[in-house]
Design a protein around this ligand. Structure first.
Ligand code: 5GP
Ligand code: ZN
Length: 114
């Protein structure tokens, strides 16, 4: 998508701190971290959120879920626990309308979330 900020990051038009990249996903550090570890896991294919899926994107979503766990473990947070979360719509806190998961770790988390 032409004016999507995450598409621009994926295309390399906006710089980012990359943690992992392959043909399907990009993992970057969040620009405004909300925890000692705060990564964004982006499917390279543009879709908005869970309401904007045709079925073709299911693979990336499953892959991100697994990769999020793998990265959390690599970073030493398997034991302490971590959040892998995703906001659907402005009312739930979504501010960038290109689907993404947040990987948050390194502090205590409350439930229910705010
Ligand atoms: P959302 O609010 O949509 O769930 O999450 C969007 C996230 O993207 C926020 O945590 C915000 O800090 C992050 N973000 C927004 N713009 C940029 C950017 O240009 N670079 C990076 N690395 N993160 C961004
Ligand atoms: Zn996009």
């Amino acid at each position: 998508m032409e004016n999507c900020i995450f598409c621009k990051i994926i295309r390399g038009e906006i710089p980012s701190k990359k943690v992992f990249e392959d043909d399907r996903i990009l993992v970057i550090e969040d620009i405004t971290p909300q925890a000692p570890l705060h990564l964004l896991l982006l499917p390279k294919r543009h879709f908005v959120n869970s309401l904007d899926m045709s079925g073709e994107e299911d693979g990336e979503v499953g892959y991100i879920f697994r990769k999020g766990g793998e990265i959390a473990k690599q970073k030493g947070f398997a034991e302490s626990g971590f959040r892998l979360v995703q906001n659907n719509g402005a009312g739930a806190g979504q501010s960038v309308f290109h689907a993404h998961f947040h990987l948050l770790a390194g502090r205590a988390f409350t439930w229910p979330p705010g």
